[in-house]
Design a protein around this ligand. Structure first.
Ligand SMILES: Nc1ncnc2c1ncn2[C@@H]1O[C@H](COP(=O)(O)OP(=O)(O)OP(=O)(O)O)[C@@H](O)[C@H]1O
Length: 254
């Protein structure tokens, strides 16, 4: 069984049911249902303003839905805080950088790992020794070991993005949320990003919002397409590519 098929057969780790989000008179999300299975790479696509970021924020706890539920690993997290979600095993890399530029690459990953454990860990110097193995493994996986002692501000744009993914993965999450991970990257950097994410498949579910449809097609097992705050279709790449409604939305908006 391929990793993609195995992932599809697994139970949902994340379930969104009837989620609405209203900003004044605007319905940014209009009754969204979505399921993400354990270990699957799930792409969230749709034209500008279709509600992708708002849905990611509702999953991450940055926005609370106006109505509807978000269930993670069988527990209702609709109203949970971002740190409660993090402790439950959710990790986020948003478009806006969370890297501290004056710290070394190593210390950025260490800080991200300690933050998951709570404020006590940040204050204990012993946690540095205890977490060394996790930090080292994350740096190795994301090919950053040779930059461990360099300050983060000296990294290229692509390397900063990989550092952020390493920081998000160092906490050992079951679900990783990636908001436009390849924004501003060269074609070569995009290819490397795909390679770096591949080993995660099957052990951590990933929800990816991305405008680069070639990248999404190459990396995702399942796609959900949003249009005007509602799900237009959800399924395999083949299903979505052959969907006339999806084609029309992209033609209409380009
Ligand atoms: N905080 C907010 N206050 C008011 N309106 C908002 C807010 N956040 C988003 N919106 C509106 O909600 C709608 C959905 O926005 P959202 O950013 O989720 O779309 P998107 O699909 O991520 O768009 P893009 O691809 O351009 O990033 C848009 O009309 C947007 O203007």
């Amino acid at each position: 069984m391929t990793a993609a098929v195995a992932a599809t057969a697994a139970a949902p780790i994340l379930e969104i049911r009837g989620v609405h989000k209203v900003f004044g008179a605007l319905k940014a999300l209009d009754g969204v249902d979505m399921q993400v299975r354990s270990g699957e790479f799930h792409g969230l696509i749709g034209p500008n303003g279709s509600g992708k970021s708002t849905l990611m924020k509702a999953i991450a706890g940055e926005h609370l839905p106006t109505s509807g539920t978000v269930t993670f690993k069988g527990g209702d997290i609709t109203r949970a805080t971002p740190s409660e979600r993090s402790r439950a095993g959710m990790s986020i890399k948003f478009q806006i950088t969370s890297v501290l530029p004056g710290l070394t690459v190593y210390d950025n990953v260490l800080l991200a790992t300690q933050a998951r454990e709570g404020i006590g860990s940040l204050l204990r110097s012993s946690s540095r020794r205890r977490l060394h193995g996790k930090v080292w493994a994350a740096l190795e996986q994301f090919r950053m070991l040779h930059r461990a002692d360099d300050v983060a501000s000296s990294l290229s744009h692509g390397e900063q993005q990989w550092l952020e993914i390493a920081m998000a993965m160092a906490t050992g999450p079951d679900l990783l949320l990636l908001d436009e991970p390849t924004a501003g990257m060269s074609i070569e950097e995009r290819r490397i990003t795909g390679e770096l994410l591949e080993p995660i498949r099957g052990r951590c579910a990933v929800v990816i919002v991305e405008h680069d449809l070639d990248f999404i097609r190459e990396i995702c097992d399942v796609l959900t397409v949003l249009d005007q705050g509602a799900v237009l279709n959800s399924g395999t790449i083949e299903t979505i590519q052959n969907c006339e409604k999806v084609r029309q939305v992209y033609v209409r908006r380009t």
